[in-house]
Design a protein around this ligand. Sequence first.
Ligand SMILES: *Cc1c(COP(=O)(O)O)cnc(C)c1O
Length: 634
Amino acid sequence: MNTTRFTPADAAELYGIPNWSSGYFRVSDKGKVEVTPAPGLSATLHDIIDELVERGESMPMILRFPQVISARVKQLNEAFRTAIREYEYEGSYQGVFPIKVNQRRMVVETIAEAGYVYAHGLEAGSKAELALCLAQNMNPEALLCCNGFKDDGFIKLALWGRSLGKNVVITLEKFSELDRVLRISRELGIKPALGARFKLHARGSGQWEESGGDQAKFGLNASELLQVVERLKQEDMLDSLVMLHTHIGSQITDIRRIKVAVREATQVYSDIVDEGVKLKYLNVGGGLGVDYDGSKTTFYASMNYTLQEYASDIVYTVQEVCKSNQVASPVIVSESGRALTAHHAVLIMPVIDVTGPTRGSQIVPEPSEDQHQIVKDLEEILAGINARNYREMYNDAVGDKETLHNLFDLGYLTLRDRARGEALFNAILKKLAKLVQDLPYVPDELEDLPKTLADKYICNFSLFQSLPDNWAIQALFPITPISRLNERPTRQATLVDITCDSDGKIEKFIDLRDVKATLPLHEVSGDTYYLGIFLMGAYQDVLGSAHNLFGKVNEAHLTVRPGGKHTIDLFVRGQKARRIIESMGYEEAMLRESIRVQAERARAVGELTDADITELEEDYDEELLGYTYLEYEE
Ligand SMILES: *Cc1c(COP(=O)(O)O)cnc(C)c1O
């Protein structure tokens, strides 16, 4: 047992908080996680949760901090301004936020508002997204880029947007879209502003590498791009083409890939300008990463560059290529989504139970009279295991347990012997856990041991609703207890959710080197133990699905005030069971009617009284109107 004092600084290091938080989260002297949206402003997550629980709100819950989004918008724009000043770049920068990353009203409105002074715009990838964007109050200079495949309706909306005074640019994703745009533009009598998405041969790095390169889903190749120019010339509409657009994928981990892509994009830009096109904007797409594990490496959950390096390298590369080609410097556009929104949201979930092979006093059933040899073998291992032989003994035990189950399946072992065998195996693990606890390292052949020994902390949430990328593409997110960070965590755990799906678990955790199989956590005692999942504000709650009919979770939008205070600006209740059942094609009235008819039948045979039926119907109603997650009295 390590008995030296465990401080909040130790906890910050253990969970890597300063590495991944970009300064928006820290551990207080009291061992609690604080959100720090700006210098001098902080609020304690646990206090916010206590207040909401006191009000009767249920877990799990997402806490959103719009101030963090505003800070990110500012930081991105200021980084480009700094680079532009430093290199005396003659163009400017104007970002757009691709709303597919998080279309939530608060998110889009906060970005539009914080971005107003920077003429930071929006990007829509579908008709519905465009309809939403058109209704936003934007700086008239700000871009509204329309990406994605388009039909007539999409193009009409985009053109109407121009007559509403918005700087809408229609990105041509494939060649045939040009004719469609030209036709509709003639019909409506509205001149389009066009962008052309170019398929760079450069590729990204990390998980979305396939978004770039010749096989990419979207974009024109070199010859198609030249055909677009020709066609516009014929139509005498060359001045409609204002933007060259590129995108090599999300979460680019390696800055070198960005530089290579921007160089290629700027070469294409220069050549198109040489063809006589008055391009204005060079759009370098998304891909600005988020350092989820804080390792500052090219690992898929990380990035080997800072926001400032990203801006500087882009500005420098564009400038260099434009200079050598003697082409005027474009307005640089980036479509950063993940980097603007990831930090603002934290999912808070309570641990509702703990299980695991080494937990509690597991009762070993008494031996039967004619106990099987395999059970006796396990008894011997348990009695004989020590610090010198534990590797061999562990391997023997694993083999014996497998044999135990085979024998049972074939009918050679009683349930009583099986129960005793399994309990002995767990007792062996428990003893082993004590033995390896103080070892400096665990031998390679026992690599799975920490995971085998780990507790399972059952958390009141659905991975499929709240963290779909962890399930679908093994994305990593930082997870920490939100309090007790002045206390040494003594357990190693994996997390499981409350869905009935065995995939609903988290068994990979951030680490500076590769990933960890377990998360250090505290022993759960009297008070509710809350875990926070951080950096989940990009893509997660939009992609989430209602597996097992666990619906959208409750969320609180908060502003942090001076003096460690905060205000709850808005509380958005999660989906009620009724809504989510209805989304599957049922009608509420139909459900109630079915219950009523069955209750009548039960009354007819004397199973229920009138009072019973009233109570049953009340309980049924309460669940229809209730939260889909587990609700325990705190
Ligand atoms: C999804 C997408 C983005 C957003 O990328 P991030 O990596 O989240 O910044 C930008 N541009 C296009 C074309 C996209 O499809």
